[in-house]
Design a protein around this ligand. Structure first.
Ligand SMILES: C[S@@+](CC[C@H](N)C(=O)[O-])C[C@H]1O[C@@H](n2cnc3c(N)ncnc32)[C@H](O)[C@@H]1O
Length: 267
């Protein structure tokens, strides 16, 4: 099973901080209710799964993730909180045999952009939803509309012309195009497909040093630095530091970002 979790997914504190503004919007959009059974797709360390379980006190939440370490961390955190109505499974959501028509709501915070076959994956998720059940997922808009990745790629590339390309790993921008996503969800059997724009900044840390640490955890940063000799890597880090300094405000380092909340219903 492919393990797509990054160090960031396993660092729930940092990831929660980065996405804290997004999280409030997603939570409102999900609208979890007391009796709901919620499926959290690509749940990582389970922050959104635990959030859902706290509201669905008479129902429950299942988080699935393709990363075994992420699921282990999610279980630890849920145990530490004493939550009894939340479970986690190490599974590929594209093919996992979920109980059919079990869930009222499938949610995801940036966990659905990495499927090898999106139509197959969303068909599989749809089967797990009861009729009239909802899908609510947050995904990135295109890289060009996300200041954070534009700025980081520019700093990585510098004038040396290397490292500007997207990471060779899974593509976090694969669900950016509304027309393609609509076709995908339609082919997967969903109805009432709708998009709402989320324009909230991402937070990288209280100061430049902390933000640099965080950005060094990005796959594209690691790949670039690993491919450079020590002198070139030092210049790349200096450019990243400069970029982060330019985004330092009184309350930390922030970059503009654009995401979609995509909602759909199983007929
Ligand atoms: C950007 S992280 C988001 C994690 C979590 N939703 C959060 O917001 O904290 C994306 C997650 O999707 C998971 N993932 C990728 N492909 C998956 C698949 N086919 N099935 C289940 N999880 C998957 C990764 O392992 C990773 O934990």
């Amino acid at each position: 099973m492919r393990d797509a979790a990054s160090a960031h997914t396993l660092d729930p504190g940092g990831y929660e901080a980065e996405l804290r503004r997004h999280d409030q919007v997603l939570r409102r959009a999900c609208g979890v209710r007391l009796h709901d059974h919620v499926l959290d797709v690509g749940c990582g360390a389970g922050q959104t799964t635990r959030q859902a379980a706290r509201t669905a006190r008479a129902g429950g939440a299942l988080g699935v993730d393709i990363s075994a370490p992420a699921i282990e961390r999610a279980r630890e955190l849920a145990r530490a909180e004493g939550l009894r109505n939340v479970t986690f499974e190490h599974a590929d959501a594209q093919v996992h045999r979920f109980p059919q028509q079990r869930f009222d709501l499938a949610i995801s915070r940036f966990g659905t952009m990495f499927f090898e076959d999106p139509v197959a994956a969303f068909t599989n998720i749809g089967r797990a939803l009861r009729p009239a059940g909802h899908l609510v997922m947050m995904v990135w808009q295109s890289s060009e509309r996300n200041e954070w990745i534009v700025a980081i790629r520019r700093a990585l590339a510098g004038s040396e012309g290397s490292g500007a390309a997207a990471s060779a790993g899974p593509d976090p921008f694969s669900l950016a195009d509304a027309v393609t996503v609509r076709q995908t969800l339609d082919a997967a059997g969903f109805a009432d497909i709708a998009f709402s724009e989320v324009r909230e900044p991402v937070y990288y840390g209280p100061d430049v040093a902390a933000a640099l640490d965080w950005v060094r955890g990005f796959a594209c940063t690691g790949e670039t630095l690993n491919g450079q000799d020590p002198a070139a890597a030092a210049r790349t880090v200096a450019r990243l530091r400069e970029t982060l300094s330019a985004h330092l405000r009184d309350d930390g380092v922030w970059f503009d970002s654009r995401a979609w909340i995509i909602t759909a219903r199983r007929p």
